[in-house]
Design a binder for this molecule. Structure first.
Ligand code: GLP
Length: 267
């Protein structure tokens, strides 16, 4: 796990954009896993900017959505499909056939989840999964107590999530009670994971995920077992980390290994 602490939200998103851009330069048909929420918005803005500046092209990139509410159509303004369309897809040149979403109104939930996993496999697996984090340490919609090896499936939303969603639904009958989410096992198969967290309200979850034990009670703590997980946080989200100065030290020195060795060899 690599802990990257940036001064503010803007720089935090810039780091994620840089890593995605570097990966794309090496692999034009990158497979991305994409999260919703307010945290990754700056990442999508940064990628859109690269596209407009002709620094990046999305025509060969595939995208998989991380989760979706069950029971609302794609065109509903609160659906994650709508969010992705509005905040990212419509601004860049993804090919429609390369965009994969979980369907909020599937005919057969189990078959749909199974097929989604198959599609991820068929594209060769997710290269970079972008994640936010819930205040309780959840990733995707894998709430505390989710199996750490779970696959894409239906989940029951917590009472807190339902309460938080209530203001966004004019028609209260439409407030989702269930969702579909990639499982923790699915997420862990991604080659690289970029988890972003901003603000003091995420600092406790970040501390527990990075410095606490691996536990289903804090789903993001499983990332301690991933060899390419990068936790990118701003100062506020890093606020409760005990080993903050060590993480900074490692980040500042990690690119100097070759120079260090070359220097030793010439002596
Ligand atoms: C929801 C989403 C998560 C997201 C989380 C945090 O639960 N399912 O994918 O990470 O919210 O959202 P935000 O970034 O708005 O704090």
């Amino acid at each position: 796990m690599e802990i990257i602490i940036k001064k503010d939200y803007h720089r935090m998103c810039g780091e994620a954009v840089k890593l995605i851009h570097q990966s794309w330069q090496k692999k034009k048909d990158l497979v991305l896993g994409l999260a919703t929420g307010k945290t990754p918005l700056g990442v999508y803005e940064g990628l859109i900017r690269l596209y407009r500046e002709r620094e990046m092209d999305f025509s060969e990139i595939s995208a998989f959505s991380l989760d979706e509410y069950l029971g609302i159509p794609d065109e509903h303004p609160q659906s994650f499909a709508f969010y992705m369309q509005q905040n990212f897809f419509q601004h860049v040149n993804f090919k429609n056939e390369n965009i994969f979403r979980l369907d909020g109104l599937p005919d057969d939930i189990e078959a749909h989840c199974y097929e989604y996993e198959e599609k991820i496999r068929m594209t060769g697996g997710i290269d970079i999964q972008i994640l936010g984090i819930g205040r309780n340490g959840h990733i995707g919609f894998n709430e505390p107590s989710s199996s750490l090896s779970s696959r894409t499936r239906v989940k029951t939303l917590t009472q807190e999530t339902i309460a938080a969603n209530t203001p966004f639904f004019l028609d209260k009958k439409q407030i989702p009670r269930y969702c579909l989410t990639m499982g923790i096992g699915t997420i862990m198969e991604s080659r690289m994971i970029l988890l972003l967290a901003s603000g003091q309200e995420k600092s406790h979850a970040i501390r527990q995920s990075i410095e606490g034990p691996i536990t289903a009670t804090i789903p993001a703590s499983i990332l301690q077992l991933h060899v390419q997980a990068k936790i990118i946080v701003d100062e506020e989200a890093a606020g409760q980390l005990e080993r903050k100065s060590y993480y900074r030290w490692v980040y500042e020195h990690k690119d100097n290994v070759d120079d260090f060795l070359a220097d030793k060899k010439t002596k």
